[in-house]
Design a protein around this ligand. Sequence first.
Ligand code: AMP
Ligand code: MN
Ligand code: MN
Length: 333
Amino acid sequence: MRGVGLDVIASRIRDASDVFLFTHEFADGDALGSMVALTLYLQAMGKRVHAFVPGKIQSVYQFLATDELLNTMSAAQATVHISVAKVTCISVDAADIDRLGEWKPLFLSGVERLVIDHHDTNAGFGEVFAVDGSASSCCEILFDLFNIINPRLIDTRIASALYTGLVADTGSFQYANTKALSLMHGAQLIELGASPDEISRSIYESKPYGSLRLMAASVVASRLMYGGQVVVSYVTRNMLADSGALDEDTEGITDELRRIADTKAVVLFKEASDGSIKVSLRGKYGFDVKRIATAFGGGGHLLAAGCTITSELSKAEERILAELDRYLGPSRI
Ligand code: AMP
Ligand code: MN
Ligand code: MN
């Protein structure tokens, strides 16, 4: 753990009465699981809590009651509230402050700014931070935190939200970040009421049809490069329109591409609505993709990282490939 211990975070939370929660844009299962779990837990502690997720929330996570619990206060209301009340701001699962998207200024307005995260690349923004790069997910850290504060407040809904984050970030306990402790935490969360089959069905078997069509299009558009060591693919605005998928429906495409035998890395270029390119990187067999993301101001983990490049797709691709050349040699065929 870098920064402070969870006991310090726990005491700051005990002293707070109003709390605003933040997470990263294109929120994934760990980000949303963390936001929902923390919202419910803080409510159980008797706090006034509001959660702010940048952009749209993926429909696949609606089973966590994301619509009812998150983004319930408007930006105008939040700005007024934070100017009159002593609000503690907490960021979860966000590797740096820019990842908070449109809510970054609100986070900065808090009288206290706490950061709880598991990204190695998190330099520790906020005045108090707890970053554990060895934790599989932010939800695993929150589970420890809740056990420090008061384990009896962890009900079935909170356990389910935490389990969702654990499953999402470990790829159902399959990736290299799955530790013995992750499985023990998973087991404890099941004992507390989380249902593995319902959660898996909700995450993996409740996708909008358009997202599956988009995944298929992205597989068809993919190319093997560097002698099959890298698979590169795309999600363009045209592909989104043709498949009827939404921007927030791209989760899972990298998981599909990483199935290919002998590939060391997956690179997915996504054209965002503002014209910038969001690059998702995945490594296999220990191939470090974090160093590629950080070269472009992004971040993440050794085997799962990302960055945003503001240029047209072909130029963004050329820049990423030039970086890959450094590690895989100049032959891209
Ligand atoms: P993604 O490809 O969006 O699923 O992201 C993979 C991992 O990299 C996640 O842990 C993200 O939090 C992290 N990540 C993605 N994009 C960025 C970025 N622009 N800056 C820092 N971390 C990122
Ligand atoms: Mn995340
Ligand atoms: Mn995470």
